[in-house]
Design a protein around this ligand. Structure first.
Ligand SMILES: Cc1ncc(COP(=O)(O)O)c(C=O)c1O
Length: 414
């Protein structure tokens, strides 16, 4: 505590003072020579020497099943990107060929573009709905209010790693005969009442893009408990072939979303570490939240009662300028970054207000609907995001974050 008070009286780094932190943060991904030699090199070598770098994709099959087992789902399939995975999951769950009208899909308006562009790309229309202001995930009430006769599915996003209210959303889906496709891109390992995301809806879509908590640089996967959905996903992603079918037979319209075997081999080496890393992020986040709760004007993330495990892809907090001498979020972010704490405002607009979506709404007004989203607007204006790798260190790293914020508050209030 003494160091916090001492540092808070110092000149801000953004004004030329010494930054709170100059040490590097844990890198992401986190390569080591030892891991390369003992685990990664032999795995990649095995693919190389096998002469099987693609079809019939034995390593990819192994990884798909390993991911499914990890999530408690029955089936899993690896793909080149998370965006592909959402497309295939939507098409698989709704049994679409990608050209017929797939109906309308409800999704939260505080998310990455792919949550909307993927369903649009398989000829669904979308409705953007509001989020819960505390968990930043889809509001069950807002989703219910947005249901129309053409609604076919709900696409909750487990944003920043906090799982959406899957019990509430699944109950809503059952009541209205809708499918549920989980966007798990930011929530590897997160749990709802002890069950992992990716096993909780009709299908789940993961991303292994380089920032994600499990990564192979690029990559994605679909998980499901339903064999027919799994077979449709396989077919959709393998040019219309069916499992066990002949190589030159195409049973439905399909695309090539097959992964390289090197992706699978790398992911197989990293999956076993995911659980321990998730626990570590949770431990550090708990410690950080406890201390940030004492700082006026910072609202750290909360865990909803159903969130028995947070995925912590991001650490989302809210910033209130009133408690920081009226200084804007942009000024706070600049000062925090200068103190050696990487941070971002994240999504600064509801997705529906991004230029690409405004164009869609103008040119194809029947493809994109927007419900009132006051909670999304507020989150877009006031959130500050920290990155998952910052939670991979130790308590001393959390101290630096607290110290930097305390220092900035002290200076902004002067
Ligand atoms: C919420 C969400 N959905 C989907 C994706 C798309 O994943 P990818 O970048 O692997 O296509 C991402 C990641 O970038 C994401 O954050």
């Amino acid at each position: 505590m003494a160091t916090v008070i001492a540092a808070s009286a110092k000149k801000l780094a953004v004004e030329g003072g010494a930054p709170v932190r100059t040490r590097p943060w844990p890198s992401w991904p986190d390569p080591t020579e030892a891991e390369w030699k003992e685990v990664v090199e032999p795995a990649l070598r095995e693919v190389y020497l096998s002469g099987t770098e693609g079809l019939p994709c034995p390593q990819s099959e192994r990884f798909g099943q390993a991911l499914a087992d990890y999530c408690g789902a029955s089936y899993g399939l690896l793909m080149p990107h998370g965006t592909d995975a959402i497309k295939a999951a939507v098409a698989g769950a709704l049994d679409l060929d990608g050209f017929q009208d797939g109906g309308n899909i409800l999704l939260p308006n505080y998310t990455f573009v792919a949550s909307a562009s993927a369903p649009l790309d398989v000829n669904c229309s979308v409705t953007f709905v509001d989020i819960d202001p505390k968990t930043y995930t889809m509001s069950v009430e807002a989703a219910e209010a947005a249901i129309r006769p053409d609604t076919t599915a709900i696409l909750p996003v487990h944003l920043a790693g906090h799982p959406a209210d899957m019990d509430g959303l699944n109950a809503l889906a059952r009541k209205h005969g809708l499918k549920v496709i989980e966007d798990c891109a930011q929530a590897h390992g997160a749990e709802v009442n002890g069950r992992k995301v990716g096993s909780l809806g009709d299908a789940g879509a993961f991303s292994f893009q380089s920032s994600k908590n499990l990564t192979s640089g690029e990559g994605g996967a679909v998980t499901t408990n339903d064999l027919d959905t799994h077979h449709r996903v396989i077919s959709f992603s393998n040019v219309g072939r069916i499992p066990g079918g002949a190589r030159w037979e195409y049973h439905r319209l399909g695309w090539n979303y097959r992964p390289s075997e090197y992706l699978a081999a790398l992911l197989l080496t990293r999956l076993p570490r995911l659980e321990e890393q998730t626990q570590r992020r949770n431990r550090n986040a708990r410690c950080l939240t406890e201390r940030l709760n004492e700082i006026e004007g910072i609202a750290p993330p909360v865990h909803a009662p159903w969130a028995t495990m947070h995925g912590y892809h991001l650490y989302l907090m809210r910033y209130d300028p009133a408690a920081f001498g009226g200084r804007s979020r942009a000024e706070f972010l600049k000062a925090l970054d200068a103190e050696g704490i990487p941070c971002t405002p994240g999504y600064t607009l509801p997705l529906s207000e991004q230029a690409g979506m405004l164009r869609m709404r103008e040119v194809y007004p029947d493809r994109v609907r927007v419900e009132p989203c006051p909670n999304v607007e507020s989150a877009a204006e006031s959130c500050v995001w920290l990155y998952q790798n910052q939670l991979l260190g130790d308590e001393g790293d959390m101290d630096d974050i607290v110290e930097a914020i305390t220092k900035i508050q002290h200076a902004f209030r002067r």
